[in-house]
Design a protein around this ligand. Structure first.
Ligand code: NAP
Ligand code: HSE
Length: 440
């Protein structure tokens, strides 16, 4: 039987998952592929580190040349993480004629266009299913199952850590801080959780998906991002009164000839499919013109789910190698520029309903003063809630306004004025209500 040798750039958490799957599923993989896959060499920082037993037969090295100059290795798996030196190493592997499978969203969000152009020039494959959604096959789905269709909108729960925290807060009525501490205890959240809870991880993944789904190359820095640090139990409580829960979403949708791309917490109707995605799971709700809506759902992280997506990519690459058909799917055509994409929409032009929660001094005229700022800017209110003061709030109360469809730029202008009033205690909490997700 033909054996394809695999080189690894990195063999930590995810790399060990790849090694374990190749060992435990060897027979299944060989049956389906008609060939074997063996990891022969792995580039790491420290060759003396204790490793997973599944890596016993692998030669470890700290010299990338040991892999690049080995003609028996046609494909490398990059699971080092970070932008540099992964960018340099992947570029060198492509120039050396190696196919690449990567799980690295930071690398692709920063240098995807260059890497895919390089791959096309070298006639090699670059596969990256594990970079977005772990085991959830959103890349394959956009690239293949939806290749005949026009994607009109995509809503993704793409960060398991944030979703775990939000669903824990809701289910256990616990604070953001204690849900985060629990996520860290269970190993879902990093000691520094900023990338996950501030929305940057989602923005990198969304940048990749806008390339595949919309042919638009929108870098992370051009994506509007808000994280979940300011979400409180009050927001869940008031949201519940209107039938909503809260999810951190990556959103890309075509609207009035523009591409609307953003990351922020969203009120989702409790009976919408996305509201049922709890814990560390990921989900992608995609609406296409011909297919209509679909949802993919599953594990977005972890050594085995992520390793499984990587091994499936390896099998695809191996099939291309065996059919002597490398770069069958032109990488450059997948990445941006595949078709004329609409220009990006300015965040100020967003139109949706808003939930606005203020902490204000409890005295006469305050409610009227806030409402008049909205009225003067043409922002129409649908609901107002004010509850009795609680003992912990002193003479402050929470006031909640729900708006009808309004423009972001008008809402932000109104908030700037209201937040500066002497009766307001701290900036308003803003949660957008997504029209397409506000009903079951
Ligand atoms: P990890 O456990 O930290 O492993 C990183 C590996 O890369 C280690 O083997 C390390 O060597 C090696 N490495 C790092 N820098 C290196 C350098 N400069 N030169 C040589 N080797 C280097 O990371 P991971 O959790 O497996 O994540 C890997 C990638 O998968 C990242 O891009 C991540 O975003 C992506 N990903 C991870 C998950 C997940 O659940 N963890 C899910 C989806 C995608 P040593 O072993 O010697 O330290
Ligand atoms: N840290 C990410 C998450 C997984 O929490 O979903 C890797 O992208």
């Amino acid at each position: 039987m033909r054996i394809l040798n695999v080189g690894m750039f990195g063999l930590g958490n995810v790399g060990s998952g790849v090694a374990r799957i190749l060992n435990s599923n060897r027979e299944i993989i060989e049956g389906r592929l008609g060939a074997g896959l063996r990891i022969t060499r792995a580039l790491v920082r420290d060759t003396g580190k204790p490793r997973d037993p599944a890596t016993r037969e692998i030669q470890f090295t700290t010299r990338i040349e040991d892999i690049l100059e080995d003609p028996s290795i046609p494909v490398v798996v990059e699971v080092m993480g970070g932008v540099e030196p992964a960018h340099e190493f992947v570029s060198r592997a492509i120039r050396a004629g190696k196919h690449v499978v990567t799980a690295n969203k930071s690398l692709l969000a920063a240098h995807g266009e260059e890497i895919f152009a390089l791959a096309d020039d070298a006639d090699v494959d670059v596969y990256f299913e594990a970079a977005v959604g772990g085991a959830v096959p959103i890349i394959r789905t956009l690239r293949e199952a939806m290749s005949s269709d026009r994607v009109s909108s995509l809503y993704g729960i793409m960060n398991g850590t944030s979703n775990f925290i939000l669903s824990r807060m809701e289910a256990q009525k616990t604070s953001f801080e204690s849900a985060l501490a629990e996520a860290q205890r269970l190993g879902f959240a990093e000691p520094d959780p900023s990338m996950d809870i501030d929305g940057n991880d989602v923005a990198q993944k969304l940048s990749i998906l806008t390339n595949l789904g919309f042919g638009a190359n929108i870098p992370e820095r051009n994506i509007y991002v808000e994280g979940i640090r300011s979400i409180s139990l009050d927001d869940f409580r008031y949201g519940d009164e209107f039938g909503y829960t809260i999810r951190l979403l990556g959103i890309a949708r075509q609207k009035a000839g523009r591409l609307d791309v953003r990351v922020h917490p969203v009120f989702v109707h409790k009976e919408h499919l996305l509201a049922s995605v709890d814990g560390e799971l990921n989900a992608f709700f995609v609406v296409c013109d011909a297919q209509g809506p679909s949802m993919l759902y599953g594990r977005g992280a972890g050594a085995m789910p992520t390793g499984s997506a990587i091994v499936a990519d390896l099998i695809d690459v191996a099939r291309n190698v065996m059919a002597d058909s490398p770069a069958r799917l032109s990488a450059r055509q997948l990445w941006g520029r595949a078709h004329a994409s609409p220009p990006q929409m300015d965040m100020g032009a967003l139109e949706c309903r808003y939930y606005l929660r203020f902490q204000v001094e409890d005295r006469s005229g305050v409610l009227g003063s806030i409402a008049s700022v909205f009225g003067e800017r043409g922002i129409s209110l649908s609901d107002v809630i004010q509850r009795d003061r609680s003992s912990s709030q002193g003479n402050a109360v929470q006031v909640i306004f729900m708006t009808h469809e309004s423009h972001e730029h008008k809402v932000q202008a109104a908030l700037k004025i209201i937040n500066a009033q002497e009766y307001v205690r701290g900036p308003a909490q803003v949660i957008r209500i997504e029209p397409e997700l506000s009903a079951p």
